[in-house]
Design a protein around this ligand. Structure first.
Ligand code: R5P
Length: 295
């Protein structure tokens, strides 16, 4: 028998969780989360959840450590208060870029995070455009059922409505999976640049630039903005007039926005997986499609 579902949102995720709850017709509750003066996390479920399937929304973009603890504590609370099943919706999955032991002595961070979530009693994970590069699929990362949906078709549709079909650019090999999806939706072509990273903020982008007046650069994450800045500058040097950028997770740390727009980008189209001023596309339809069979 399928348990009755409720959606419970952690901090920073309420608007997205509410939108998903109204599309699915599942009750919505906001959890209470705050920080103690020393930085520890306090959180509380809004109500008892006996024998319910609790769908926890936790938005961890820009607050990876705080968000992870919030997810673990809310899962523990849900279990203690009788939840029969817990699905974690993590629109942005942190620590996915450390998907390998690159240098001796390093952890395999994404596996450590997956283990923590599983041990907290979470029975299923739903996420969006997880940074999957060295793992072929999300099912290789988690030992519980996991669904990774993409916001890139929604971004590409938005861009196509506004600008028509654009040539798509992947700023590096890792982004070619998203560039290929965007080009497929727009019925256009894509090409892939090469990226070399020498530090958190230092990247070099090189490669052959196809002739085009206007292009769409697609990436999963914008953090410091260095990747987009370098890619956009190269494209403009090689004759591209207008650069539009689409990305799922706009973390936009430090001076990322200035870097991006000073490099000639005319528009940034991001989503609401992370609260940000460029969230023009909601990932709600993609999350609804992942949850439809399970709530
Ligand atoms: C990593 O390869 C990701 O796909 C992004 O390209 C990266 O996180 C962007 O970081 P930044 O904005 O700091 O260049």
């Amino acid at each position: 028998m399928m348990l009755k579902s409720v959606i419970v949102s952690g901090k920073n995720c309420g608007a997205l969780a509410k939108e998903v709850s109204s599309r699915l017709g599942v009750p919505f509750y906001q959890a209470y989360t705050r920080s103690f003066p020393d930085g520890e996390v306090y959180t509380r479920l809004p109500k008892a959840v006996p024998e319910k399937h609790v769908v926890l929304f936790v938005c961890m973009g820009k607050r990876p450590n705080h968000g992870l603890i919030e997810a673990l504590l809310l899962a523990d609370a849900a279990r203690r208060h009788g939840a029969g099943e817990i699905t974690l919706v993590a629109p942005y999955m942190p620590y996915a870029r450390q998907d390998s032991v690159f240098v001796e002595g390093e952890p395999l961070s994404i596996k450590a995070v997956a283990k923590l979530l599983e041990e907290a009693g979470i029975s299923r994970v739903v996420t969006v455009d997880m940074h999957l590069h060295r793992f072929k699929g999300v099912e290789e990362v988690f030992d519980i059922p996991a669904i990774n949906v993409s916001a890139v078709p929604l971004i590409a549709e938005y861009v196509k409505r506004k600008y028509g079909s654009l040539m798509v650019v992947a700023p590096d090999e890792e982004a070619s999976q998203w560039a290929s999806i965007a080009a497929g939706v727009m019925g256009s072509k894509y090409f892939v640049l090469e990226k070399e990273r020498s530090g958190d903020e230092e990247v070099e982008i090189t490669g052959y630039v196809e002739a085009a007046e206007r292009v769409l650069i697609v990436d999963d994450i914008i953090s410091t903005g260095g990747t987009i800045q370098r890619a956009s500058s190269l494209l403009r040097e090689k004759g591209v007039k207008d650069v539009v950028v689409g990305c799922t997770h706009a973390l936009l740390v430090g001076g990322a926005e200035a870097k991006i727009f000073n490099s000639g980008v005319i528009e940034l189209v991001a989503t609401d997986t992370v609260p940000n001023p460029y969230a023009k596309v909601s990932v709600a339809p993609a999350i609804v499609s992942a949850l439809e069979g399970v709530v």
